[in-house]
Design a protein around this ligand. Structure first.
Ligand code: PEP
Length: 249
């Protein structure tokens, strides 16, 4: 049985009070399951509420949606690895496509953020994925490889092993249109090949993009997929708990 990671990206939803209520409902609908971990990425303002509410369940983890690469300083609106750690985070997303697209985050920025996360004791979950026009031009693998190299080149094998990968084709995020398990599997294989070539032969590679109760079983059945990163379908606690249970014996 492969171990699975279910990651919930709440984006700009669920402030502290709503997040606490969410966790109460989630815990009522979910028991720990062998080989399954669930990570929550709430907005920064809700990190402490969520980490407090989920305390005591070793299978649950809380992470930030983004960090700045500096440890402290005059960066209005930003949070550092140290700040989110104090609020209970043990991981952080890096390079989510919304950060890249809306906030202009570059590959060089993702490199700094991965290093800041590692230095701060957080597990980076690096998001990579192509836009629709890049897929249609046959450039998926070139784009994903550029993003991997941009973020991870120059790190030691030991550090690269600490990074979790999320393949998220941009055209599948929030659109209701997911990659087929076979298409995702093909990209995951390339990601594994790249990582193995950089000294990390056993990476965790998640798929993200319009995952829901209707497609989760087929995606998890694909050997290359070690779990999922989910936006919209993670926002209702009972539905999310049901998704996490899917396919479990
Ligand atoms: C995401 O935000 O990472 C994501 C995959 O969103 P959705 O599940 O809504 O497509």
């Amino acid at each position: 049985m492969k171990s699975l990671l279910f990651a919930a990206n709440w984006k700009m939803h669920l402030g502290p009070a709503d997040a606490r209520a969410y966790c109460t409902t989630f815990l009522a609908h979910s028991a720990p399951m062998p080989g399954r971990e669930v990570w929550f990425f709430p907005p920064a303002a809700s990190l402490e509420a969520v980490s407090g509410a989920l305390k005591g369940r070793a299978d649950l983890r809380v992470g930030a949606q983004d960090i700045h690469w500096e440890a402290k300083g005059a960066y209005t609106g930003a949070v550092s690895a140290g700040i989110v750690s104090q609020a209970g985070a043990r991981a952080t997303l890096v390079g989510h496509s919304e950060r890249r697209k809306i906030f202009g985050e570059t590959d060089a920025d993702t490199a700094r953020k991965v290093r800041a996360a590692l230095a701060g004791g957080l597990t980076p979950m690096l998001c990579v994925g192509e836009e629709l026009k890049e897929r249609e031009a046959g450039n998926t693998l070139a784009v994903v490889t550029r993003q991997l190299a941009g973020a991870l080149d120059g790190l030691s094998a030991g550090d690269i092993e600490r990074v979790v990968l999320a393949y998220e084709p941009v055209w599948a995020i929030g659109t209701g249109r997911n990659a087929t398990p076979q298409d995702a599997g093909a990209v995951h294989r390339q990601i594994r090949t790249w990582l193995a070539g950089h000294g990390a032969p056993h990476p965790r590679v998640l798929y993200g993009g319009s995952v829901n109760l209707g497609n989760i079983a087929a995606l998890l059945a694909e050997a290359e997929i070690d779990g999922v990163l989910v936006g919209g379908a993670s926002l209702e606690p009972d539905g999310w708990a049901q998704l996490v249970r899917t396919g479990a014996p």
